[in-house]
Design a protein around this ligand. Sequence first.
Ligand SMILES: *Cc1c(COP(=O)(O)O)cnc(C)c1O
Length: 396
Amino acid sequence: MKIYADNAATTKMSRRAIDAMIPYMEKVYGNPSSLYTIGQEAAEALESARQTMAEHLHCMPREILFTSGGSEADNQAILSAARLGEKKGKKHIISTAFEHHAVLHTLNRLEKEGFEVTLLDVHENGLVTPQQVKEAIRPDTCLVTVMYANNEIGTIQPIGEIGSVCREAGVLFHTDAVQAAGHLPIDVQAQNIDMLSLSAHKFHGPKGVGALYAKQGIRLTNLIEGGAQERGRRGGTENVPGIVGMAAAFAESCANMEETAKKLTALRDQLIEGLSKIPHSILNGDRTKRLPGNVNFCFEGIEGESLLLLLDDAGISASSGSACTSGSLDPSHVLLAIGRIHDIAHGSLRLSLSEENTEEEIAYIIQTTGEVVDYLRKMSPVWRDLQEGKRSYVIQ
Ligand SMILES: *Cc1c(COP(=O)(O)O)cnc(C)c1O
């Protein structure tokens, strides 16, 4: 069996997105800045894609900026808010300890420039509260940036309420909605969101393309200087096929959102129930306030990396956390943020599902994971010590 269960890392492109892109590679390949017909046809496709994105986010097309993905959108949103704040002498930013590195590393860079960053603690269930945000806001706060749904443990933050707190305090609010877009409802007006990042490849669109929503009136700082593309806010010839594919995938995901969520929630719950039966295992993140397709467990006494390799041998593609941390030996900053100790955080497994997964696959994942965990524990000196009572279990 070949099972793909790493949809939080990236997704398979949908047929509809691929079909939407092909004409813009084969026939309408003109440069949208050119005045002749195939250039103008490409420009029209771009504006039509912008319109589609805007409709589903509940904003105006001119508030959508196309980027190379979620990371670029995060960078640009945060740097723009920082530059705006700086002008008014406001150099304090609020975020959380479990953001994506695109956010955290941008904040690190600003700290080196003299900004002060408050990272809110994340509760053990993987949530931050609007109250925490409210208490952290100061007169010199220029930005609050809190992710909509976490990419490792899938927990969903109360974005609308955090938005209200920020709006009341007159502080800009950005959300990294890369894991949420296409999976959870988004209404930037109702949720009081000033800036929002999304990425096509997380909702069955192409890689290397994303969008930044920035409420009208927010002056963006350019990351890329060049021509007048994107109304002067991002230089460089637009990725027309990618943008068209993103809009098609976004429209499709939004149209099927409820149905997909229902199916994924059932699969997710089946998987959580099955994996919970493995002794000394624990679910990371809130049981219900999580993305419909996200499952994340820690197993005591094992190494996440070995688990992944053996699961891969058994045909299962999974992750120990975010793709960006794998390959390094540091445990996930997200699991540390929710209070898992180093040893436990090392034994983590993230399974993120899509509508293509089946109940049979879930049953296979449960059985295989149980066997692999068992096998690894038999070889683990730590596990032997635990069994012999030389050290005590952290996960009961
Ligand atoms: C994937 C991801 C990103 C980065 O998006 P790219 O398009 O790959 O640059 C940012 N934030 C979150 C929460 C993500 O899951």
